[in-house]
Write a protein that binds this ligand. Structure first.
Ligand SMILES: NC(=O)c1ccc[n+]([C@@H]2O[C@H](COP(=O)([O-])OP(=O)(O)OC[C@H]3O[C@@H](n4cnc5c(N)ncnc54)[C@H](O)[C@@H]3O)[C@@H](O)[C@H]2O)c1
Length: 292
């Protein structure tokens, strides 16, 4: 039996679609994959350990993924992201489950690009720190209790059903004002993005190869600037807005303005990106339009 925490969320929901009959554990029922069983449970509560009974594999994807929230309330982020992960690791220990975790590029902070999995964790936001601490606990549980585990270190993942991130933000801004759009920072921020279907294929591949503890960067090879994203979203909507900038090299406090993940370890497993980032942005914008 496969458990997906956060399985009603964006990545967890797509994972559930790909895996079919799974048990989804989530605090709220958003999207529910057609074949999934839903268990309402807060991962911060010890009851989640019981909810995982019989799990061969636990995909732990529930979290508060918002960097800005983590800056306002680091303790909440610690409780939801880090302390809760220890509950799920306990469940994995009791059930001898494989453990697949949604980590993030923000663990590396402002590391020199391209950043490999061997780079030290030097996060610059409480969110990044909360996830780096999880990776450390997962490594410790794997070594101490013999759990096969993977930290999936995602770049920026985007696509249908995501309700956050830069593409979503630009789309909504342009729906409100098609003539002018404010861009946070100077627009020159450059980051690694990946379309959701590619993120799922990579996740399933690394999960399949889990042995001992491993970390895999999951992103596209290149990087994309915020200005490029603004151009593609506008173009897909048939608009030519004037861009204005809040200025500065970061979009917000805790934003890492430049990151590019080294994905050679993932590629060495035979993984290939199927959807170029620009095509993915266009597909996602089409999907957002279709829902209006
Ligand atoms: N989307 C990205 O670009 C990205 C990048 C790096 C890492 N991640 C990580 O991937 C995971 C999924 O991200 P997402 O973008 O799908 O986010 P999301 O917000 O769409 O999904 C998170 C899910 O977790 C659930 N959840 C939150 N708190 C919970 C709690 N206390 N108990 C039970 N369920 C709870 C939410 O209800 C939601 O359904 C997160 O761990 C996130 O940190 C995402």
């Amino acid at each position: 039996m496969i458990v997906i925490t956060g399985g009603c969320g964006f990545i967890g929901g797509h994972l559930a679609d790909a895996l079919g009959q799974v048990r989804v554990i989530d605090v709220k029922k958003g999207y529910l994959s057609p074949e999934a069983e839903f268990v309402r449970c807060d991962v911060r509560k010890k009851g989640v350990i019981d909810a995982c009974r019989g799990a061969d594999t636990i995909y732990h994807f529930a979290a508060d993924p918002d960097v800005k929230v983590s800056i306002r309330s680091p303790m909440n982020t610690f409780e939801t992201n880090t302390a809760a992960t220890i509950n799920l690791l306990e469940a994995a220990r009791l059930n001898s489950s494989k453990f697949i975790f949604a980590s993030t590029s923000t663990i590396y902070g402002e590391a020199e690009p391209p950043t490999s999995e061997d780079s030290p964790a030097l996060p610059i936001s409480p969110y990044g720190a909360s996830k780096a601490a999880c990776d450390a606990f997962i490594s410790a549980y794997s070594h101490t209790y013999g759990i096969d585990a993977v930290s999936c270190v995602y770049g920026n993942i985007f696509g249908p059903r995501s309700d956050h991130g830069v593409v979503f933000d630009f789309y909504n801004k342009l729906m409100k004002n098609p003539d002018e759009m404010e861009i946070l920072g100077n627009g020159k921020q450059k980051k690694s993005y990946l379309y959701i279907s590619d993120a799922i294929s990579a996740t399933l591949l690394v999960a399949d190869r889990a042995k001992g503890y491993n970390k895999y960067n999951i992103a596209s090879e290149g990087w994309t600037t915020v200005n490029e994203i603004a151009e593609v979203v506008s173009d897909e909507l048939g608009l030519s807005p004037k861009f204005t900038y809040t200025g500065g090299e970061r979009g917000w406090v805790g934003d890492v303005p430049k990151f590019r993940l080294d994905i050679s370890k993932l590629k060495s497993l035979g993984w290939k990106q199927e959807t170029p980032v620009e095509d993915g942005i266009r597909k996602y914008v089409q999907w957002l339009k279709s829902r209006r």
